[in-house]
Design a protein around this ligand. Structure first.
Ligand SMILES: C[S@@+](CC[C@H](N)C(=O)[O-])C[C@H]1O[C@@H](n2cnc3c(N)ncnc32)[C@H](O)[C@@H]1O
Length: 214
């Protein structure tokens, strides 16, 4: 036993080169463009969608549809419009074309790289009376937060380090502008992202205001 321990202690540790942040970033980008499951986590995302299945039907909008890991799933449950860089270009722009055509959806899924901030509040103008909103939000601490990202958080999410509670508060406020109630229904942490799902319900404005239309 003593000999065995010694053989471990005298062995020199292997020299492993530590990757720089830009090398790590490059590896991530390459895995993302190769549609690697390790970076898109389709199985975990679909596990969560399976729990939401009774709310998935009708017209489904996928923003940042990518190479279709979730599209195949959604197509079994409804009529899917999938926005991809290759077909509809930049989803941040294209969503306003659909908005201008007064398109409405039962389900909207925003599976962006980075933050979904710029899709609010427009998604609440495009979701039907009883809808489901699912979106990806990178987990803080995994992503590198520099001054610009921090200011982005303050501008869009009201905090330099937004929690799920902060995100839920902002989403709820955006929904209320359209007289909709967005209720947080499901949260999954999948490696470096959260997937948040909200049930969205239209209400009469009069209910919020305690006034009657004459
Ligand atoms: C997180 S992946 C998700 C894809 C898909 N939901 C899935 O699970 O396979 C995001 C995808 O959006 C694409 N993308 C990146 N920037 C985009 C943009 N500005 N507009 C539309 N798509 C974009 C990426 O190439 C990538 O395929």
């Amino acid at each position: 036993m003593q000999q065995l321990l010694q053989s471990f202690t005298i062995r020199k540790p292997l020299m492993v080169k530590k990757l720089t942040n830009s090398e790590k970033h490059l590896i991530t980008r390459q895995a993302q463009s190769a549609n690697a499951d390790t970076h898109h986590h389709p199985k975990e995302k679909i596990d969560q969608l399976n729990e939401l299945k009774e709310h998935i039907y009708g017209d489904i909008l996928e923003v940042f549809g990518g190479q279709g890991n979730l599209t195949d799933y959604y197509e079994k449950l409804g009529k899917v419009t999938s926005l991809t860089k290759e077909t509809t270009g930049d989803s941040f722009n294209y969503i306003y074309k659909l908005r201008a055509e007064n398109k409405l959806y039962d389900v909207i899924d925003i599976d962006s790289y980075g933050y979904p901030s710029k899709f609010f509040p427009v998604v609440f103008e495009m979701i039907k009376d009883e809808g489901l909103l699912v979106f990806t939000f990178p987990v803080l601490g995994v992503q590198c937060v520099n001054g610009i990202v921090e200011q982005h958080f303050i501008n869009f999410w009201g905090s330099a380090r937004p929690t799920i509670g902060d995100v839920t508060g902002v989403v709820t406020d955006h929904a209320l502008r359209e007289w909709k109630i967005a209720s947080l229904f499901s949260v999954r942490k999948i490696k470096p992202i959260w997937r948040l799902a909200f049930l969205v319900r239209q209400e009469k404005a009069t209910l919020f205001c305690n006034v009657r239309n004459r």
